[in-house]
Design a binder for this molecule. Structure first.
Ligand code: GRF
Length: 219
């Protein structure tokens, strides 16, 4: 099986990265992690990647004079590892137009809300303030507008009456760990196809019903 080679960009804990690495260990999973890159030397995810024997590098943005030279270093590392798709997983740097253009249609991100609601930061605080009853997470293509690219897959997560930011973030994160590998499989198997700025899916509901039904999260 020809596997889709991905590069994962992280800045922190790397739990989404870890869920992808674990999924890729299954022999029939159509994706392979070619490289992990962190822009922060202290990111815990870097050690997790090394422990999992995935090539892992720190490219610290502070070591570069400007965004362009930082992004050139990222680009070089990704291409040296024959990366076909870039997966942002808790990567906390805004990317310039040049980098976004270079990977357009080949870069995805995970965001902890049901886009297009709650773009940006402090999502769970705003979800609780708004009093919505269902939140979730989205994997989407990266384009020039932040958190606005074509949506690949989404998981619904209930907001419960006793929730605080931490409990909600942790329930959503659990869903993220299921969603990102699912989205990658859909892309690699060409069951999620970017057509005219929108992702068209094939057989998605049958593949992973728990990603769409919040009742499956409640015991
Ligand atoms: C996740 O909630 C992701 O959606 C957001 O940042 C968090 C990263 O967590 N962009 P981790 O580093 O994958 O543990």
């Amino acid at each position: 099986m020809q596997k889709l080679k991905i590069g994962i960009l992280i800045s922190g804990g790397g739990s989404n990265m870890h869920s992808i690495i674990r999924a890729c260990k299954a022999p029939n999973f159509p994706v392979e992690v070619a490289v992990v890159i962190s822009n922060r030397p202290e990111a815990k995810g870097i050690n997790i990647a090394k422990d999992e024997e995935v090539p892992a590098f720190i490219i610290d943005h502070k070591d570069y004079d400007d965004r362009k030279s930082f992004e050139d270093a990222l680009h070089t590392c990704l291409t040296e590892h024959a990366v076909e798709m870039v997966c942002n997983a808790g990567f906390m740097r805004i990317l310039t137009e040049d980098f976004v253009d270079a990977w357009l249609g080949r870069q995805i991100n995970i965001h902890p809300s049901l886009l297009p609601s709650f773009k940006g930061l402090h999502i769970h605080e705003r979800v609780l303030e708004a009093g919505v009853k269902i939140t979730g997470c989205s994997v989407h293509y990266v384009d020039l507008e932040v958190d606005a690219g074509a949506i690949v897959a989404q998981a619904a997560v209930p907001v419960l009456s006793g929730d605080n930011v931490e409990s909600l973030a942790s329930r959503v994160l659990e869903a993220e760990h299921q969603l990102y590998p699912h989205a990658l499989r859909m892309i690699a198997e060409k069951r999620a196809n970017l057509v005219g700025g929108v992702v068209k899916l094939k057989n998605d509901l049958i593949a992973e019903p728990s990603l769409y039904s919040p009742t499956l999260y409640i015991q």
